[in-house]
Design a protein around this ligand. Structure first.
Ligand SMILES: *Cc1c(COP(=O)(O)O)cnc(C)c1O
Length: 370
């Protein structure tokens, strides 16, 4: 089977380095919040040119802690996209606030800034855009709306480490940004991990306290917090990965360009749209087709894996029944949830594997329905 992504191959590429670090850490006995976590925080803060990077247990915690640190809670509204992984909206609800959805831009699949103004209310506190599949959202336009209405902007950067928007790396474009290092993300560890980055020292301090049971002095607790830590082993793995992330992202770009060159002419599918002023890092390579079920079967018969991201929009999830959204509220997001399909793309994919995927897609064209 040719997988859509394959974390095993990332491990294989770094096996010697990772095993050496793991043994050193296991023998040393300091497993949590040690030197590797500190180093990872400083490497990421330096790379992005932000004041602070705070390591946490996962990307969802990064979002929850950031929202909480900004004082967002019951009675507040946060504008976000209905077309993302569930955790984006879940984090807003977890702090007691209400997610207010806005439809997406058809070409980037990201929050449409032109539609944000219609949803603003006196309760709106923040905008939470997602750089979906690795392509940056329209940050200038979103920041302009935020500035006019005194809103906080938090980037959900969980799928886009290293993506660039108008010359600047994402993670630096809002008030704070949240990363996930889940094994399938483009920067990932062999387990869970997350990071908040910000240049606001007050927010950074609050997040550090919240993630440590609301404490800044051992066994003294100023408020009710959380337990959200990154392990030393994951920090060490992430430091190994950071040495390679730019070449891995470049490789993703090369594979994407090769798909484009070979598939552009096909009638049955449309390819992802990469805007000229930004660099997409292709966490996922997602095509669109009206014949999704047929295409999934067709590719599976050739041992090619595909994935649906996401089969159900967030506003239509059972968990959000109480918000009374209906089918038809966000037609573009809903349409895409029925048409999008991820095909294999990851840095360790071989040219031969990509050729098989390309051939499989070309063959699909001769089917009568196309
Ligand atoms: C993965 C992801 C998250 C959650 O990250 P975890 O590390 O799995 O908690 C949040 N938002 C988006 C867009 C994601 O892709």
């Amino acid at each position: 089977m040719i997988p859509i992504t394959d974390p095993k191959r990332q491990f294989a590429a770094l096996e010697a380095d990772i095993m050496e670090k793991m043994i050193e850490i296991l023998q040393k006995g300091s497993y949590i919040s040690g030197e590797h976590v500190k180093k990872l925080e400083s490497v990421i803060a330096n790379r992005l040119g932000v004041e602070e990077a705070i390591a946490v247990a996962n990307g969802t915690d990064a979002l929850v802690l950031t929202l909480h640190a900004y004082g967002i809670g019951p009675g507040d509204e946060v504008i976000t996209t209905p077309f993302s992984f569930f955790a984006t909206a879940e984090a807003i609800s977890r702090v007691g606030a209400t997610p207010v959805f806005v439809d997406i831009d058809q070409t980037t699949f990201n929050l449409d800034p032109r539609k944000v103004s219609e949803k603003l209310s006196k309760r709106t506190k923040a905008i939470l855009p997602v750089h979906l599949f690795g392509q940056p959202a329209d940050m200038n336009e979103l920041n302009n709306v935020a500035k006019q209405h005194d809103l906080i902007v938090i980037e959900d950067a969980c799928q886009a480490f290293g993506a660039v928007y108008q010359g600047e790396e994402i993670g630096t474009l809002g008030d704070a940004a949240c990363f996930s290092f889940f094994p399938t993300k483009n920067l990932s560890t062999m387990g869970d991990g997350g990071m908040v980055v910000t240049s606001d020292p007050v927010i950074a301090k609050r997040i550090r306290e919240l993630k440590t049971h609301g404490s800044n002095q051992k066994y003294y607790h100023g408020e009710i917090g959380y337990n959200s830590r990154l392990d030393e082993i994951h920090a060490a793995i992430l430091l190994c990965c950071l040495d390679h992330i730019d070449s891995w992202n470049a490789k993703r770009g090369l594979w994407a360009a090769r798909y484009k060159k070979n598939l552009e002419a096909l009638r049955c599918i449309s390819l992802p749209n990469e805007k000229l002023d930004r660099r997409h890092v292709y966490h996922l390579y997602v095509i669109a087709t009206d014949e999704r079920d047929l295409l999934i079967k067709h590719l599976a018969s050739r041992n090619i894996q595909t994935g649906i991201y996401y089969p159900q929009c967030i506003h239509l999830q059972k968990a959000y029944e109480h918000l009374s959204y209906q089918e038809g509220d966000f037609p573009l997001a809903e349409q895409l949830s029925k048409r999008l399909l991820a095909i294999p793309l990851f840095p360790f994919m071989t040219e031969k594997e990509q050729d098989i995927v390309i051939a499989g897609l070309k063959d699909f064209q001769v089917m009568p329905s196309c």
